[in-house]
Design a protein around this ligand. Structure first.
Ligand SMILES: NC(=O)c1ccc[n+]([C@@H]2O[C@H](COP(=O)([O-])OP(=O)(O)OC[C@H]3O[C@@H](n4cnc5c(N)ncnc54)[C@H](OP(=O)(O)O)[C@@H]3O)[C@@H](O)[C@H]2O)c1
Length: 359
């Protein structure tokens, strides 16, 4: 097991996939003195070499099995399309590498639980790269709610979406890669709801889903024991500013844009008829906003934990379970609508990718 050996030297990371997120996070990984980025793994020799040269990395792999076998790598950060996460994470865990994997960790809750079991068996960390949860603003918001500053949470509203061009990244449009709004952006909203309200008792959804299972837009309503509610909306065909707020019986917290890495919180407290007292809390962003998440992963690795206590696999799996339910409900709605002539076949992107196996 690499936990004890990596305790005496920097944790040596490899990035898997040389695409958009790899480029966005590379600088933040380097902000952490307890870690060293040593490798890139790409499906292409040329892209691996080019990424390594651009970022000054000593190792460039074009063979994932070779990366997993390398004694010079302790941990992998997986930044590939959603549907590839499970197989890549499983292989790395079995090889004894720590895994930090982009969201969503896997496509199903069962796959996530399998990764959790493998991490425990092999004594290494597995963690979804849910950077939103580790942003200083969100950490403070959790504390404020725990301290009772807004009273009992009653309602969460949050949205996140933008019109992805039909010729934009395939991961949005290709059902084989896990395309759609829910798995890419909705995962933040459902995670946010879980952070503040727990697990819902009831799920309702209305939206637009293509025949191949790619969801274009949806509005999700969640209802919790005790009566709290969440209303969440996501889309890949229209703008939904990345905003949200949580209201309680003693106040409210506005998460300032962007929701997944808020620069501030507006905290309003009080009870009518007195006007609310408003406090603005600002949180300067460190790097591109991913550094706190990397640091959290490093702390868990150093502590010999196989899951992060603030973002354990059970939490990830519960969100995935919810996403599967939302997908299934949308498929039912689509099929009912299709039989009534109301399908999403004419929606933007409808012709952009081949039929796939999703519901
Ligand atoms: N946390 C965030 O802020 C954030 C932002 C954007 C995306 N993400 C997540 O990061 C993941 C990747 O998103 P991205 O925007 O980086 O995607 P991307 O630009 O399309 O890059 C993904 C990279 O994965 C590699 N890859 C491996 N298998 C692949 C396959 N079957 N098809 C296509 N590419 C494959 C490719 O690199 P090689 O060609 O070098 O192998 C590709 O460049 C997604 O799961 C997404 O949810 C997170």
């Amino acid at each position: 097991m690499s936990v004890s050996s990596s305790a005496v030297r920097p944790i040596r990371w490899a990035i898997v996939g040389s695409g958009g997120i790899a480029r966005r996070t590379v600088g933040d990984l380097r902000l952490c003195p307890e870690a060293r980025l040593v490798a890139i793994c790409s499906r292409s020799r040329e892209r691996a070499d080019a990424f390594a040269a651009e970022h000054g990395l000593p190792l460039a792999f074009d063979d994932y099995t070779a990366l997993c076998a390398s004694p010079e790598v302790d941990a992998v950060y997986i930044g590939t399309p959603h549907a590839t996460h499970f197989a890549l994470a499983r292989q790395a865990l079995v090889a004894g590498k720590h895994v930090l994997c982009e969201k969503p960790l896997t496509m199903t809750a069962d796959e996530a639980r399998t990764l959790g079991r493998l991490a425990a068996e092999h004594g290494v960390l597995v963690m979804e790269a849910m950077w939103m949860k580790f942003s200083p603003a969100m950490q403070r918001a959790v504390e404020l709610v725990r301290e009772g500053v807004i009273g009992q949470p009653r309602f969460l509203q949050a949205g996140l979406g933008y019109p992805v061009p039909a010729n934009g990244p395939a991961r949005f449009w290709d059902p084989a890669l896990g395309g759609g709004a829910l798995y890419d952006m909705g995962v933040y909203l459902l995670t946010l709801a879980q952070m503040f309200l727990g697990e819902p008792e009831e799920v309702r959804v209305t939206g637009q889903m293509r025949p191949d299972g790619v969801d274009l837009a949806e509005a999700i309503t969640l209802r919790y024991a005790g009566g709290a509610m969440a209303q969440l909306a996501t889309s890949i065909i229209g703008w939904m500013p990345p905003r949200g707020w949580l209201g309680g019986d003693g106040g409210a917290i506005d998460f300032q844009e962007p929701l997944f890495s808020p620069g501030g919180l507006k905290v309003s407290t009080g009870r009518p008829p007195a006007p609310p007292q408003v406090q603005q809390l600002d949180f300067p962003r460190e790097g591109a906003g991913y550094a706190p998440m990397f640091r959290a992963a490093h702390q868990a690795i150093r502590a010999g934990q196989t899951e992060h206590p603030q973002h354990p696999v059970a939490a990830t799996a519960a969100v995935l379970d919810l996403m599967q339910r939302v997908q299934a409900l949308m498929a039912v709605e689509r099929d009912a609508g299709a039989s009534a002539g109301l399908g999403a076949g004419s929606a933007p992107g409808a012709e952009a990718s081949p039929p796939g196996a999703r519901p």
